[in-house]
Design a protein around this ligand. Sequence first.
Ligand code: PNS
Length: 161
Amino acid sequence: MAKAVYPGSFDPVTLGHLDIIERTAKMMDHVIIGVLNNNSKSPLFSVEERVNMLKNVTSHLDNVEVQSFGGLLVDFVHQNHADVIVRGLRAITDFEYELQLAQTNRVIAPDVDTIFLTTNLKYSYLSSSIVKEIAGYHGDISGFLPPEIARIVRDKIRSRQ
Ligand code: PNS
């Protein structure tokens, strides 16, 4: 049974994330999306909201589950008896940070490997931060997020202004 953890902040989940999740779900027997519970990053959405949004957009995928985690990612991987961490690589600018993350994780947990999927070219420029910035100025975010998530983001921004 190949089991993968796909970790991230997902604040909010984008079409780029969903593309990686769907492709990982095809390759692995089971995928656990690990939503980082870390208030020091001051997320727009609470961890419960982020988990619920991910559950909503992955409900069509039978072998995908969503959990939140705090603390070290490799501990979460061990607790779930997973084999690998999956991360998406958008561009060369992601590489240095992702390599540092993967190498550090491998030093503290040599049994855990990280595999990288190149992001679909359509979404290679996309990030949750950019989407939040556009939404903050009431720009059109419909091309970046699943429709139900775009609605939730617009509502959240409106409620904060
Ligand atoms: O979507 P993000 O914010 O780029 O995801 C970053 C994430 C969650 C993968 C990373 O911050 C993480 O693994 N945090 C957990 C703490 C940890 O294990 N740190 C040591 C790894 S260097």
